[in-house]
Design a protein around this ligand. Structure first.
Ligand code: AQP
Length: 344
């Protein structure tokens, strides 16, 4: 069975959009536009799996949208919208809640990390997050999903759900004329030197929106001075940079900064080390500051300009939601027939 090639991915509007979100996700969304039909979503329903202040969610949603647009995503050729405007995400997620097994979700490491020791107090939504993510992707029968390394396990679960749905409803899928399989197996696209950007304060933790220290991350709206300060204060070790990649193995902070340099300049890590092998961190950090300010400064500036015009951003989201909704409605109509729901 062949499916039309389509990309889907999402970013949560949970504030503090950072360099990891940009290099691991958004910059790669931009690069895929020439090859695929793309659907990029601000996943506000995912955001509320942990508490979000209702006065902060709308500006955070517009800020992620601004990041998409300022990075170069074309909302006319492709689709940009926020999840809660297309109800079919929630509808399909319910069906998937009934397909996925408790044991599968119990194995999800992100729930364990985010719920921490107080699992009993976590929302049911946080536990069921991966079934909603599977619905986000599969309601568009998307075939490719660019994400950072941290989402790999959720993508594998989405594949398992697609497979189990196809198996469980095999006879009904055929009886309704949908061929051998209704859902594709979505492929994770996790490539390049920036699939896991680490905290600037601790090379063993990923750079994250929810980390309390602002010095752990570079926010996309940080100004040049803040970017410079954060890079200069980034944790390193006393040794100069190695000349070869294997020299980075036991040095997570050095590895992270070299990875960031490689991703921002679009060259492999090995090439960065050819240039900076033997240099002290003071020298390398200066070069990294220049590069980061050059690449991120205009992006942050454009984002700040765009969020001043919420009417324009909301019109982009509404237009995207109408076009996404049309595709999602088709899928849900078929899913209802396959499952056996009587419908209008
Ligand atoms: N540190 C990272 N390095 C590379 N990619 C990353 N992503 C997130 N952090 C890194 C990728 O960004 C996309 C959107 O992420 P999200 O909004 O769903 O948030 P998240 O994965 O939960 O990560 P955050 O931003 O760090 O938030 P918190 O603090 O809430 O966990 C995804 O493709 C993700 O892989």
């Amino acid at each position: 069975m062949t499916f039309k090639e389509r990309v889907f991915s999402g970013v949560q509007p949970t504030g503090n959009l950072h360099l990891g979100n940009y290099l691991g996700a958004i910059a790669r969304f931009v690069a895929l536009q020439d090859k695929f039909d793309c659907i990029y979503c601000v996943v506000d329903m995912h955001a509320i799996t942990v508490w979000q202040d209702p006065t902060e969610l709308p500006p955070a949603t517009r800020e992620v949208t601004a990041a998409f647009l300022a990075s170069g995503i074309d909302p006319k050729k492709h689709i940009v919208f926020n999840q809660s405007q297309v109800a079919e995400h929630a509808e399909l997620a319910w069906v998937f809640n009934c397909v996925a097994r408790m044991g599968w979700l119990n194995r999800m490491t992100q729930f364990k990390e985010k719920a921490g020791k107080d699992k009993e107090n976590a929302s049911v939504g946080l536990f069921a997050y991966p079934t909603l993510m599977a619905a986000d992707i599969l309601v568009y029968r998307a075939t490719h999903v660019p994400v950072g390394e941290d989402q790999k396990q959720h993508l594998e679960l989405a594949r398992d759900i697609a497979q189990k749905f196809n198996n469980d409803f095999d006879a009904s899928i055929k009886a309704h004329g949908f061929g051998e399989a209704f859902f594709p197996q979505p492929e994770p696209l996790i490539t390049g030197p920036a699939t896991r950007i680490m905290s600037l304060r601790d090379g063993s933790k990923k750079m994250s929106k929810s980390e309390p220290s602002d010095y752990s991350r570079i926010n996309l709206t940080d100004d040049a001075d803040t970017i410079a300060q954060k890079i200069r204060k980034a944790k390193t070790d006393p040794e100069p940079l190695p000349s070869e990649e294997k020299g980075l193995d036991p040095r997570p902070e050095a590895d992270n900064l070299v990875g960031i340099y490689a991703a921002l300049s679009g060259v492999p890590k090995a090439q960065v080390l050819t240039q900076f092998g033997g240099a002290q961190f003071s020298v390398f950090k200066s070069a990294l500051v220049d590069l980061a300010v050059e690449k991120l400064g205009p992006l942050g500036g454009e984002m700040k300009r765009m969020v001043q015009d919420p009417v324009y951003i909301d019109s982009v989201l509404a237009d995207g939601a109408a076009r996404a909704g049309a595709i999602a409605a088709e899928t849900m109509k078929a899913v209802k027939d396959i499952v056996g729901f009587v419908r209008r």
